[in-house]
Write a protein that binds this ligand. Sequence first.
Ligand code: ATP
Ligand code: MG
Length: 449
Amino acid sequence: MDENDQQAILEGHGGIGVLCVTDFAVGERVSMRTETGEELCGTVARVKHSLEFVYVRWDDDERQKKKVRKDRLTKVPFSHSRGGVVKEEEEEQQEKNGEAGIEEGRPSVCSNSVFSIMTGDIVMNRFEVTEPLGEGGTAVVWKGVDTETGKPVAIKRIVHKLSKMLYDRELDVLYTNASNPRVPSIIGEVKDDCVVVMEYVGQKSVKDYAMPGPTNRPKILGCDSYSVAIGMITALRSLHERGWAHRDVKPANFVVTDCPDAHKAANLMLVDFGLSKSFVRERKQGGDKEAWPNMVCNDEDSDKEWCIRDEAQRSGSFRGTTMYASRRAHDGMDVGRADDLIGVVYTFLDLVNGGLSWREYTRGHKKDKRKVKSLKDFSDPTNKWCPCEVLEGNPQFKEKLRGLVDYLESVFWEQDPDYDRVVKDLKEAASFADSSGERGAVKITWGGV
Ligand SMILES: Nc1ncnc2c1ncn2[C@@H]1O[C@H](COP(=O)(O)OP(=O)(O)OP(=O)(O)O)[C@@H](O)[C@H]1O
Ligand SMILES: [Mg+2]
């Protein structure tokens, strides 16, 4: 989503724009009657508040966004138009291809909805919608206030074509992580509308430090990038300890709640669990581990009553976000905990380096996933994966990150990654970056909730 779109969404919904025509939000269902009397149904894919048109992706031609005058469009409830809700084409074009095998036979979109969130709405007779918060590839998130407690809440509505699957997974993770201090608490749900109401955890995400600018983005000091990275690892580790891999690690999915603590870890909350996957099965009381072939169970005397699948499954389809996905994800392999940590290493490099060398191939006309995967091969000496001058000429930094990625790529699905090693390597890499006298590297200005 570019800044203009964001502006549009911030200002939108009131119908009080310069042109005094109805305003639309990305993901809203609309219809239009053509000159020949045919009724078209589609989804708003792009909005610019100041203009008299929006871009719509018609259900019959999902590949194309068409420019349509706002006054020709009528908003329609979801139940009146057939499915096919499309995702916004975000800058970091991401693909949530889903797991058709698991979800077969289920409706792919939430049905029976006559519900469209706008500022001022009251959701579930309790939560007042106050402002748009964020928007990713699959959902629109609003800030609201719980009229019973006065506390701020986040209201997320999934609008992707696989919304039902992503939504069910999100709820599963939120409920099974109710005691996880790094995951927002769930407060309510409207199943038919794919809406979840959760604790509001902060205004800024790590993406605010990794924002692509029109010109060169500032490099973040190694020590501050390290704070972000260990904050991410702390949050992921507490999710992993509850048996889930996140599987879409990227800056926008870590919300900043506070300044770094005494251990220099940024206080980050994890969000967005539509692609998460459980890698364990609970062992029944006195259960027989033989009952689960292809599972590796903890020792009998372990306090974790878990069995872990010992075989990665190959789905064949890519899941995650191209920019931060591991090479295993590119290969369509089942991704797990080590791949989450590879996402952290890429985010660290992104911050410290002021961008990732494969960025230009993640979107637009140059989009080329194969090229991105090949540039992520850190052991290839012809790859300039660290293009900024000083870091490129800093063999210690490069060697440390190369070794770390090598290690993480060697960790199998069923193995516990060595978190302490990852933290140690990142700390050393950060100090190599800072000692190289990186010109223009900036400190992070931390924001509170
Ligand atoms: N509980 C929350 N508190 C505060 N902000 C939140 C919360 N949940 C989400 N957000 C904000 O909304 C943004 C989008 O949320 P989320 O990542 O869940 O949506 P998404 O559409 O699934 O994203 P993606 O593009 O990764 O698919 C986040 O990047 C974050 O800035
Ligand atoms: Mg997200």
